[in-house]
Ligand binder design. Structure first.
Ligand SMILES: *Cc1c(COP(=O)(O)O)cnc(C)c1O
Length: 365
């Protein structure tokens, strides 16, 4: 069979290794497996969400409310926008899919950071578009601007705080940059880790309502997969101008978010205490990893997210080998070799989980 040529140029997405795989391949019992590879919430989900889902199981046979009104109203209230500015996604990934398909034609370009979320480029590639990226590890907006002028990309992806490095832009720098971008160029602002970032430093906070009112070409995306502990429910959202949302609706499959996911997400928004506790613990535990890296003389990137990326000394430890060794023991981290870094990305876990990781890393070093 002949598949479309665009597919020859893109890889399939490779997710963090699941617990099930480690159980199958290494015979480790599931409760002994520690997964700190995909930036999921180590405290699980709000008890309010668990309650609501248990009670809603009877809804499973019915299609969801395809207007997603309850969810959109809750998101609109949280972000101070109109429900017409919101679209739900099967993960925020689906919003990136809408974004790329809504503007890209074969031969078009997108612009992104050198080290960033790999899916932007994959979705663009599905449309036959080419990815231009900066050479820097951290977001370098001057380089973005140079490449923007040179290549006229149709979409610019900015991830702040950024996965997999954890760096975040100051809002003031971002806005200065956005002022220089044509209103015909879509700018996707992936804010998956925004709450973690602003908890560490308020200068990093970009608010959806403010940014889309000042810059109608901006699409703000966020997810319930990380801070709200709903990775398994696959739900995210986009906030943008009504015009952009209307375009995305033409690409949206029917019932694109499940009934239970919608309910879980709307309920998760109502439990601030759960989120605030997690944010506090995350910062506290992050400091332990930073101190560990300093003590061992390892370079780490200052992180505004719920993970930390630590570079290993290539002469002493290879990140792939270290990753494999730990995997066989049931500790799943993320190896960043494929990003061109001899580094491990570690999701900040609960204190006792971090004890285990730090102890083993210390022994390996
Ligand atoms: C995890 C993550 C997402 C969220 O993806 P979902 O599809 O919503 O689960 C988006 N962007 C970045 C940078 C991420 O790390």
């Amino acid at each position: 069979m002949r598949f479309q040529p665009a597919l020859d140029k893109i890889p399939a997405y490779e997710a963090g290794k699941p617990i099930e795989l480690v159980v199958r391949e290494y015979g480790i019992s599931p409760e002994k497996v520690l997964k700190l590879a995909s930036n999921e919430n180590p405290y699980g989900v709000s008890p309010k969400v668990s309650e609501v889902i248990k009670e809603a199981v009877y809804k499973m046979p019915l299609y969801p409310d395809d207007s997603y009104k309850a969810l959109k109203d809750a998101l609109a209230k949280t972000h101070g926008v109109d429900a017409k500015n919101v679209i739900q996604g099967n993960g925020s990934d689906q919003i990136f899919d809408f974004a790329t398909r809504s503007v890209l034609n074969p031969g078009d370009k997108i612009l992104q950071n050198g080290k960033t979320f790999s899916m932007y480029s994959i979705y663009a590639g599905q449309c036959g578009a080419e990815t231009i990226q900066t050479s820097s590890e951290l977001h370098d907006l001057n380089q973005f601007l140079d490449l923007y002028k040179k290549h006229s990309p149709k979409i610019i992806f900015i991830c702040t705080p950024c996965n997999p490095i954890g760096d975040a832009l100051d809002k003031s720098d971002l806005y200065t940059f956005l002022q220089k971008i044509s209103s015909d160029t879509m700018v996707v602002l992936d804010a998956a880790y925004m709450e973690f970032g602003k908890t560490r430093d308020l200068r990093k906070e970009v608010q959806a309502a403010d940014v889309i009112s000042k810059f109608p070409n901006v699409l703000y995306t966020n997810t319930f997969s990380k801070i709200y502990g709903l990775g398994g429910m696959r739900i995210g959202y986009g906030i943008a101008s009504e015009e952009m949302i209307r375009a995305f609706y033409k690409l949206r499959p029917p019932f694109n978010v499940s009934q239970l996911s919608q309910l879980a997400a709307a309920t998760a928004l109502s439990d601030r205490e759960f989120v605030e506790n997690y944010l506090k613990e995350n910062l506290k535990e992050m400091v332990r990893y930073e101190n560990f890296a300093k003590k061992k003389g390892l370079f780490y990137f200052e992180s505004y997210a719920n993970f930390i990326t630590i570079k290993l000394d290539q002469a002493k430890l290879d990140s792939t080998q270290t990753f494999d060794t730990l995997l066989k023991e049931g500790i799943i981290l993320r190896n960043l070799k494929s990003y061109g870094l001899n580094a491990l990305r570690i999701t900040i876990g609960r204190p006792e989980q971090n004890d285990r990781v730090l102890e083993r890393l210390s022994e390996l070093l």
